[in-house]
Design a protein around this ligand. Structure first.
Ligand code: ADP
Ligand code: MG
Length: 274
């Protein structure tokens, strides 16, 4: 699903590579934490997947496609298979929750009928069915991030990339965000989440890829934030359950239907001109 082969990324003028000979394979349906200190290369890794940056060396394959073979003209189409969530939400402040989620669907030409089913559906999934008519400034940080996740997930992308999505949120609110991301992953979307948040990583017990100085230094299934030096007998191995942020927890995300490539879309409103 996502394959890096000996990938290095050297930014112009930078003294050392942001990524240094990275090889990794992420399979369909996985949930992966990308951890590491600030500056270790996490965002660069995500931007390479999006083809926002080009590797200086090596090959990247995403959804079976060699990224070098995707022309710039085809990049927007390619990105419709990828949902992206950022630390700072990036909602359109003058649009309602519904319209924030519907916006890119409209831009890519989805029918009003599709939009009026898909948007309430995903708002239900993220627990915001009651907030469809509110504006971003009327929501809490956690709610705003759930709108951003709804927007990224509304067209059932094959892959969701989240760059420190809980970075601005308190632990209880972050737990709600993780619940939503887990639900989206359970519906079949591959999730890669870059984070500093050791509490979340330790709770979730998912695959952990750790980067340090642009190199992968650990790739562990069901890992924690740090390799534990605690003797095994003292480890509390049971993962702590993540609790929902709000009680009116949403229903199961509908299973993605097999369809034409246009049907697994999600776009970047901040890159588009209406
Ligand atoms: P992280 O997301 O883990 O904080 P980044 O991928 O943002 O790490 O950065 C990795 C390294 O690459 C850092 O040293 C950073 O300063 C450098 N870097 C990131 N983006 C650029 C850029 N556009 N130009 C030059 N250097 C960059
Ligand atoms: Mg970053």
């Amino acid at each position: 699903m996502i394959l890096f082969e000996d990938v290095s990324k050297m930014y112009r003028g930078a003294p050392k590579p942001a990524l240094n000979n990275v090889s990794v394979n992420v399979g369909a349906g996985e949930f992966v934490f990308l951890v590491g200190a600030s500056g270790s290369g996490k965002s660069s890794f995500l931007r390479l997947i999006l083809k926002e940056e080009r590797p200086s060396a090596g090959e990247i394959h995403v959804l079976g496609q060699d990224l070098r073979r995707i022309s710039s003209r085809k990049v927007p189409q390619f990105r419709r298979s990828l949902g992206v969530v950022f630390q700072d939400f990036r909602l359109l402040p003058q649009k309602t929750v519904f319209d924030n989620v519907a916006y890119t669907l409209r831009v890519i030409g989805k029918s009003p009928g599709f939009i009026h089913e898909a948007v309430p559906d995903i708002l239900q999934t993220v627990g915001l069915a009651q907030k469809a008519k509110n504006f971003p400034h009327e929501l809490s940080g956690g709610e705003q991030q759930r709108v951003a996740i709804a927007r990224a997930a509304v067209n059932k992308p094959a892959i969701m990339l989240a760059d420190e999505p809980t970075g601005n949120l308190d632990p209880a609110t972050s737990a709600g965000i993780m619940n939503v991301l887990s639900r989206i992953n359970a519906s079949g979307t591959t999730v890669i989440m870059a984070t500093h948040d050791s509490g979340i990583v330790n709770q979730m017990q998912r695959r952990v890829i750790e980067i340090a100085g642009g190199r992968i230094v650990r790739d562990e299934h069901e890992g924690g934030y740090e390799t534990s030096s605690v003797p095994l007998g003292e480890l509390d191995t049971a993962p702590i359950p993540i609790v929902a942020e709000n009680a009116d927890a949403p229903a199961q995300l509908p299973v993605a239907q097999a369809s034409d490539p246009d049907d697994v879309a999600s776009e970047f409103p901040w890159e588009l001109r209406a």
